[in-house]
Write a protein that binds this ligand. Structure first.
Ligand SMILES: NC(=O)c1ccc[n+]([C@@H]2O[C@H](COP(=O)([O-])OP(=O)(O)OC[C@H]3O[C@@H](n4cnc5c(N)ncnc54)[C@H](O)[C@@H]3O)[C@@H](O)[C@H]2O)c1
Length: 268
């Protein structure tokens, strides 16, 4: 018996075994949940999630999270696979072609910018709207999306993803209020430390940024497993009154401006 025993979950964004979503998926299963995985067809073909899902006997359904018709069919099929309404959803979806193509924030391609906002933020609104229309989430269900502190502070190189994360957090607040009043559904954000994943590696400065945040965080960077633990807690009934929040799983980074170690490094 785990804290998600008997619960049914839908997990977006597991690409390979480094993905935050894969760590969350494994932790959910260890806590007794049944899950369905989803990613784009390209993600399934290019990543190793197909093999991982097959090895573990987890249903995997292709869906582009920006497409309403694909989301509708996903929610119908996921409920069939799981045998009932969905209790929790993880949104771990992001992509920026401006970052991938090394476009500066001050010289960005606006077509890519629109794609970044659609994939990384509006997709949360779309999946919430579709699930509400289909009444696919159970009473008191829980939705978690992953963000980064670059949503609220300037972070060199984070580019248009900072704007996307600000929108994502705003959607969690506003849709969270509506879904909470309508069906007791919770919508929260986990703001995670830098973590070495495929999406993370598209940020060219991640390596040195990872070491910097690790030094500046009183507890060090939060790992992918730490992220999974926080998500599982939010999916569980233990957090049934927590909604519309941004929860910082960052080792204290967001509340720290100087540590003795860093002060020492700059002293002459
Ligand atoms: N890695 C980090 O440092 C870090 C830190 C904080 C937050 N996050 C966030 O965590 C989430 C997961 O990222 P990750 O680091 O595990 O990397 P990842 O590359 O493993 O996951 C990103 C996923 O988004 C999927 N995706 C892209 N376009 C999609 C679409 N149109 N429809 C459905 N899925 C689509 C990709 O296929 C991939 O599986 C993202 O929202 C990311 O911004 C990551």
């Amino acid at each position: 018996m785990g804290i998600l025993s008997g619960k049914r979950g839908l997990i977006f964004g597991a690409l390979d075994d480094r993905s935050l979503a894969w760590h969350v998926a494994e932790r959910c299963m260890a806590e007794g949940a049944s899950i369905v995985l989803t990613n784009t067809l390209v993600g399934i073909e290019l990543g190793s999630i197909g093999c991982l899902a097959k090895e573990r006997g987890i249903p995997l359904i292709a869906c582009d999270a920006t497409k309403l018709d694909e989301l509708s069919s996903l929610f119908v099929r996921a409920q069939e696979c799981l045998g009932g309404k969905i209790d929790f959803i993880l949104h771990a979806v992001a992509q920026s072609m401006n970052m991938r193509r090394h476009k500066a924030y001050t010289g960005m391609n606006y077509h890519y910018y629109a794609q970044t906002l659609d994939i990384s933020a509006m997709s949360l609104h779309k999946l919430l709207q579709v699930s509400m229309e289909l009444d696919a989430l159970s009473e008191g269900g829980s939705v978690v999306a992953l963000s980064y502190i670059g949503s609220e502070r300037y972070c060199a190189g984070y580019n248009d993803m900072g704007d996307a994360k600000a929108l994502l957090e705003s959607i969690a607040c506003h849709f969270g209020a509506e879904y909470g009043m309508k069906k007791g559904v919770r919508v929260n954000i986990v703001s995670q430390s830098p973590t070495m994943t495929k999406a993370g590696s598209e940020w060219s400065d991640l390596d040195y940024w990872y070491r910097y945040t690790d030094k500046l965080s009183p507890l060090g960077n939060a790992t992918a497993d730490d992220c999974a633990n926080v998500c599982v807690a939010l999916f569980s009934d233990l957090m049934r009154s927590v909604t519309m929040q941004v929860i910082y799983n960052d080792g204290g980074f967001g509340r720290t401006i100087l540590t003795p170690e860093l002060a020492e490094a700059f002293s002459v």
